[in-house]
Design a protein around this ligand. Structure first.
Ligand SMILES: [Zn+2]
Ligand SMILES: [Zn+2]
Length: 430
């Protein structure tokens, strides 16, 4: 038994913000109440800390199988735990692609053997994510996938999207799309605009994303199936989502910490600023923050995309897209959104808990009988993120050396402390 005492319990699922203790008994929450006592239980003193439901990351890349030089399920989930995440959805663009039940089962088994947090695989929509034949989605669902996506690429055509949605609608699986119009984005390495011209780098117009988002929303209307737009980065895409929500369609979206923090003007020739979709314009970032505040955006997701240092240590044009993100996500949310007065603390917690849970069609709350997954964090702890101390195998972050106020302190998964901040060693823990 583990007793979390003296914390401020912030639980959007039960609309609770109060000084309450939480008693965990094995994999479940046993009791929530004031001044709980449990003789013999291990006690975690959460004085001065927020006790929230376990954070869920809807979008990450764990690189196993096939690219274990960059990350493994073991190292990636250690970094996720260090970021306060208790469950992560891993995208299928591994080697091989997760497009069969046997690859899904392999991931589930590796996770059972080596993961620090829950691993919820996302299955490919099409065989090899090639955009041609449908993958064996029903068999993958039986093996444990929680959603479907061809991430890394968009679902290739409106026709294929319709097939995937018809199928997934019947199975109750959300379809997650990486929105991009390849005929517009081909060869682009950053957002098209004054900064891409200044740097002489080939740009991707914002419309590359919003054209595809518009197509997807239309097909969601045609099929009635649940659609989730990944790593949304433009105002125009957000307007498509807003219109869909007004019509009552089951359309949701996520925004990454790097897209609400950085903009195209921050891009230099450093490949740690190269990601897909690229960093947005200042006005688009402002729209994303408004969407996070007014609930048009459902979740913050990291798109943690580790790349082995050697692969990023090349010219900007030739570097792969993507940045790591688990360990800085909450701290960026606190510093860029909450401390700046853009959103409330409870809204930030929603974006990491009930928001992503709703996308997956599950609940997230702190109540007796619920899974014993909790994220305990500080809103004011000063600390500095050092990429060299990251628990990820990779170092491709634009936030190395950034000083933060507030961040994760302990991550509890199935009643066990999966990670705990060690206060004399930066962000590294046990
Ligand atoms: Zn993507
Ligand atoms: Zn991704």
């Amino acid at each position: 038994m583990l007793l979390i005492k003296n914390g401020r319990m912030l639980d959007p699922g039960s609309r609770t913000d109060a000084a309450l203790d939480v008693l965990l008994d094995g994999e479940r929450i046993a009791k929530v109440g004031a001044n709980l006592a449990a003789p013999g239980a291990e006690v975690f003193d959460a004085k001065g800390l927020i006790v929230a439901p376990g954070f869920i990351d809807l979008h990450c890349h764990l690189r196993e199988p096939g690219q274990e030089m960059s990350e493994t399920i073991e190292t990636g989930t250690r970094a996720a735990a260090c970021g306060g995440f208790t469950a992560v959805c891993c995208m299928p663009n591994t080697l091989p692609v997760n497009d069969t039940a046997s690859v899904t089962r392999g991931t589930v088994e590796r996770a059972a053997a080596s993961a620090s947090v829950r691993v919820w695989p996302v299955g490919a929509a099409s065989v090899g994510s090639k955009g041609e034949a449908l993958a064996e989605i029903a068999a993958m669902k039986d093996a444990g996938i929680v959603a479907v996506s061809d991430d890394g690429k968009p679902i290739a055509s409106a026709r294929l999207m319709r097939q995937v949605m018809d199928y997934c609608g019947a199975l109750g699986l959300p379809v997650i799309d990486h929105c991009e119009e390849p005929s517009l984005s081909a060869g682009g390495v950053m957002r098209e605009g004054p900064q891409s011209i200044r740097l002489g780098l080939k740009g991707v117009p914002a419309q590359s994303e919003s054209i595809c988002a518009g197509r997807d929303v239309e097909v969601a209307g045609l099929t009635g199936a649940p659609l989730h737009i990944a790593h949304m980065s433009t105002r125009a895409s957000l307007e498509h989502v807003r219109a869909a929500k007004r019509q009552g369609l089951r359309v949701t979206c996520e925004v990454t910490p790097h897209h609400f923090t950085l903009i195209d003007e921050d891009v230099r020739y450093n490949p740690n600023y190269k990601m897909n979709p690229p960093l947005a314009s200042r006005t688009d970032r402002e729209a994303l923050i408004e969407g996070l505040a007014d609930s048009s955006v459902d979740a913050i997701a990291t798109d943690h995309a580790p790349h082995h240092p050697a692969s990023k240590d090349v010219e900007f044009d030739h570097a792969p897209f993507g940045v790591t993100g688990f360990e800085t996500a909450l701290a960026l949310g606190l510093s860029k959104l909450v401390h700046k007065g853009r959103i409330s603390l409870v809204r930030l917690v929603e974006l990491f808990t009930t928001g992503p849970a709703g996308v997956l069609g599950i609940q997230r709350k702190i109540a007796a009988g619920e899974p014993a997954d909790l994220t305990i964090f500080s809103t004011d702890l000063p600390w500095t993120f050092r990429a060299a101390d990251s628990l990820s195998k990779s170092r491709n972050t634009p936030f190395d050396g950034r000083a933060f106020r507030g961040g994760p302190v302990a991550t509890i998964v199935a009643g066990r402390i999966a990670w705990r901040r060690s206060f004399n060693a930066g962000q590294a823990g046990n």
